[in-house]
Design a protein around this ligand. Structure first.
Ligand code: AVJ
Length: 301
């Protein structure tokens, strides 16, 4: 982490991988963001999944093993467990304590389910545990987490999932859609300031884990839609010119200069389908809510 963070903060423009937003505090804040009135993706995706459950069950088939990438609180998977014929579940997440807690709760609530947990950065090449590997898999990648990747990286990532899941498998994936800028920007600039907290927590984390000396009030959260690139960008903007020390390195900010902390790409349905096909998948089915806010795709290997 230290190396990766330093590389980002000493480059031009400055950036930090969004995966570092998800320490224990960040994961908790993200769960709260999901319940905000402005943050439409979570509730919209859950409604789509609920309505499509019978069709998803038919596509997933009998006795599949469900593998969730970035399982977080393992909340959405509960919707699937109620209706799908699933024997085994593997949650993969980068936040260890959060993962252990969530999968323990899941195992307690679904005694018939074989529950596995793997603490891993799924953006790197992950190998599946032995108990999982030989089984017919259904991947689950909800929440439009795919939006964190650039389209080129998303294609590369989907291609690695295609290889990981192997023939006869499926991937259920949630993808946020392009829409009016006001709705998009409101989702990342909530009234309560939870998204700002989530973003600023990155600096708190660097302070805790890498000794970054900084004043919180000298930074501000900024999020906007970059229409040309079809993405929400999230930044930590320096309110003033300042110099910070991190692990013996000097990091200089001009007034208004920012650390780019996250991209959240928004797709059209055909745009995402083309990307999935380039990555080796076949697009079997897509569900969209009435307002055209969000999409859920079922892809097959
Ligand atoms: C988890 C990456 C899908 O981009 O909407 C929410 C993260 N960042 N609010 C998103 C996030 C700020 C979220 N993803």
């Amino acid at each position: 982490m230290a190396e990766e963070v330093l590389a980002g903060l000493t480059s031009k423009p400055k950036y930090c991988s969004p995966k570092y937003l998800y320490d224990q505090k960040g994961s908790e804040l993200f769960e709260k963001i999901c319940e905000l009135p402005e943050y439409y993706p979570t509730r919209t995706e859950e409604a789509i999944l609920t309505d499509a459950m019978a069709e998803i069950a038919a596509l997933a088939g009998e006795d599949a093993t469900l593998v969730e990438f970035g399982s977080g609180a393992s909340r959405k998977v509960r919707l699937l467990l109620e209706s799908l014929s699933i024997k085994r579940y593997l949650g993969i997440d980068i936040s260890r304590e959060f993962l252990i807690e969530s999968t323990r709760r899941l195992a307690a609530d679904y005694p018939w389910l074989e529950v596995h947990a793997a603490c891993a950065d799924f953006t790197r090449n992950v190998a599946l545990p032995e108990a999982i590997e030989p089984k017919r898999l259904v991947g689950f990648f909800p929440g439009s987490s795919i939006g964190n990747f650039t389209p080129a990286a998303a294609e590369g990532f989907l291609n690695s999932l295609h290889r990981l899941l192997r023939p006869g498998s499926g991937l259920l994936i949630g993808v946020d859609l392009v829409k009016d800028h006001k709705t998009l920007e409101a989702a990342y600039n909530d009234e309560q300031g939870l998204t700002a907290e989530f973003n600023l927590n990155l600096l708190d984390r660097l302070k805790r884990e890498m000794g970054l000396a900084f004043h919180r009030e000298r930074f501000r959260h900024r999020a906007f839609f970059n229409a040309k690139k079809s993405r929400i960008e999230m930044h930590l903007e320096s309110r003033i010119a300042q110099v910070l020390q991190l692990n013996g390195h000097t990091i200089r900010f001009r007034e208004g200069e920012s650390i780019h902390t996250e991209n959240s790409y928004k797709y059209s349905v055909p745009g995402f389908q083309r990307l999935a096909v380039r990555a080796g998948f076949a697009s079997r089915k897509v569900w969209i809510d009435d307002q055209g806010l969000f999409s859920v795709h079922y892809l097959t290997t």
